[in-house]
Design a protein around this ligand. Structure first.
Ligand code: GLV
Ligand code: MN
Ligand code: MN
Length: 402
């Protein structure tokens, strides 16, 4: 499976993946998923929101156990964020079949569409739409950097955009959703464990800061006459770092657009996107309002106009304790009695977090020796990946089999 996925959307220069929603690379990943489903004799479904499902057993029977993740990527993403969960799901099913497991409940493997939000700016579009956490009206407004709307992109990829929307009947079929994911941190490396269980996801969001100044000649405009939005933006980046450090949170300006973007022109517009996350809502609010306050002061200083728009927000997720404890029990059985499977919080967003408001969800993390993620350097060792598959197979067997 890895060999087949390896070249899809891989940039020859960076070695990273560019698998953005509804592009050719995304289509190739989707074709691969459908092929994996069909070669295993699973029932393949593409839902109204572009999520793919592969069913073993009757989808309508209810109380299904579902596993999976996503196949799209951030710009120059690593090989594992998303695909590790999907590949491990198919491998875990193969493992259960080789154990001659008897399924008492339907099992499904899912590939959620547009998890990273790299193209349209909003993460987890497929699961948010299904859960009714993103309205159809708001989804229709989403546009990529070239002005292509989400419905236009869907239509160009052969998917009916008029069908999108909340899908409660589909979610009602599911009794538990377990997402396996590469760890995006070093907790397992430090504790010496191959696999962990998720406890919670930090609240997180994305804010767009538009600094508008005055375009002018870089050679002839005196410094005192400038209204340069780049200066207020640069100072705001430093303020973000300061506020986050003070609060024990994180804040990142990782994407920027500059107009007119000429080397010899003072910019008229600098648009920067802030991603900020914290362990609790009050801390996150403090960090973001601190950054915004500083940004306004810097903007005023330079005669620049500032608009701040919150583009997305995901509240704190505490994964369901009953399912988490059940998984810990299943995995604990495989270990010495006094060895517990580590339970970890994370600052990364996931479809399992979005769906946790609608159905019981849980996550397994697989050790990442450097903790690096959202980068071509993201890595998980082969035997840790195998341990992840075994753990997932044990969990699915415990939840779905007699
Ligand atoms: C998704 O990976 C996110 O946390 O941004
Ligand atoms: Mn990611
Ligand atoms: Mn992911």
């Amino acid at each position: 499976m890895w060999r087949e996925l390896q070249p899809i959307g891989r940039h020859p220069g960076s070695g990273g993946y560019r698998r953005f929603a509804w592009t050719g690379a995304d289509r190739d990943c989707r074709d691969w998923f459908e092929e994996q489903a069909r070669t295993r004799g699973l029932t393949y479904e593409l839902d109204r929101n572009g999520n793919q499902w592969a069913w073993l057993g009757d989808p309508a029977a209810g109380d299904a156990v579902v596993t999976g993740s996503h196949l799209d990527s951030v710009p120059d993403g690593g090989a594992f964020d998303g695909p590790l969960g999907v590949v491990s799901s198919f491998a875990a099913l193969d493992e259960l079949r080789s154990r001659n497991a008897e399924f008492a409940k339907p099992l499904a493997i899912v590939n959620f569409g547009d998890e990273e939000g790299a193209r349209f700016g909003l993460a987890c579009v497929g699961s948010r739409l299904a859960a009714g956490e993103l309205t159809v009206e708001a989804a229709r407004q989403l546009r990529d950097g070239d002005g292509v709307s989400l419905p236009q992109a869907m239509e160009a990829a052969g998917h009916d955009p008029d069908a999108i929307g909340a899908d409660p009947e589909r979610l009602a079929r599911i009794g538990a959703f377990v997402e396996l994911h590469v760890e995006q941190g070093r907790a397992l490396d430090l504790s010496g464990d191959r696999v962990g269980i998720a406890s919670a996801i930090w609240p997180h969001g994305r804010w767009r800061f538009d600094f508008r100044g005055e375009a002018n000649h870089a050679g002839t405009t005196r410094l005192v006459d400038r209204r340069d939005p780049m200066l207020s933006y640069a100072e705001t980046v430093l303020a973000a770092r300061r506020e986050a450090a003070l609060a024990g949170a994180v804040a990142t300006f990782g994407k920027i657009a500059v107009e007119p973007n000429g080397v010899n022109a003072i910019p008229s517009l600098v648009r920067g996107w802030l991603d900020s996350r914290a362990a609790d809502q009050a801390t996150l609010d403090t960090v973001v309002s601190g950054i915004e306050k500083a940004a306004r002061e810097y903007a005023d200083e330079h005669g620049v106009q500032l608009d701040v728009v919150r583009e997305s927000f995901t509240p704190v997720v505490e994964f369901e304790h009953a399912l988490r404890d059940e998984i810990a029990r299943i995995l604990g059985r495989e270990k010495e009695a006094d060895l517990k499977v580590p339970v970890l919080g994370t600052g990364a967003g996931h479809d399992a977090g979005i769906l946790s408001g609608s159905i019981p969800t849980a996550m397994l993390f697989v050790r990442n020796p450097t903790g690096v993620s959202h980068s071509p350097a993201e890595y998980a060792a082969e035997d840790d990946c195998v341990a992840g598959v075994t753990a997932l197979a044990d969990v699915l067997e415990g939840l779905a089999c007699t």
